[in-house]
Ligand binder design. Structure first.
Ligand SMILES: [Zn+2]
Ligand SMILES: [Zn+2]
Length: 138
């Protein structure tokens, strides 16, 4: 299996040699900044399966859970590509919009619904979790 993707300006490209472990839609407050008002869709992969070419900037922020999160983005076009928690470095989360084929990243769960605005549009077919669920994998 090989999955490919990259940022809007194509300065950053990546390859992943594994299938997504789980994909979740997240409405935490931080994701609303990254998603321009919407939530984000994040596909989790084993970090060892990811190889990246091009320069990334890394923005560190301590999440509500207390975990230090690394959020990596292209310094040229600003596209957010990856996030990872220092508590679970074996996993990387890939922003689904950066996949060459976003179709492979169908979410199975919506999380942090308690932080979403009243006008948020959510997929009613998916289970919802009000805040941070237990780790789905790893
Ligand atoms: Zn870029
Ligand atoms: Zn989030």
């Amino acid at each position: 299996m090989e999955i490919t993707g990259g940022c809007l300006c194509r300065a950053v490209r990546y390859r992943i040699s594994a299938a997504p472990l789980v994909t979740r839609s997240c409405w935490c407050r931080v994701c609303q900044y990254i998603g321009a008002g919407s939530g984000t869709v994040n596909a989790f992969f084993p970090s060892a399966a990811l190889s990246v070419s091009g320069e990334l900037r890394d923005y560190l922020l301590t999440a509500d859970s207390g975990n230090v999160m690394h959020r990596r983005f292209c310094p040229t076009c600003g596209t957010h590509l990856f996030s990872a928690s220092e508590a679970r470095p074996q996993l990387v989360s890939v922003r689904a919009g950066t996949l060459d084929d976003p179709e492979i990243a169908r979410p199975s769960l919506t999380i942090w619904t308690a932080s979403a605005p009243s006008w948020a549009c959510m997929d009613e077919r998916l289970p919802k979790v009000e805040r941070q669920p237990p780790p789905a994998v790893g």
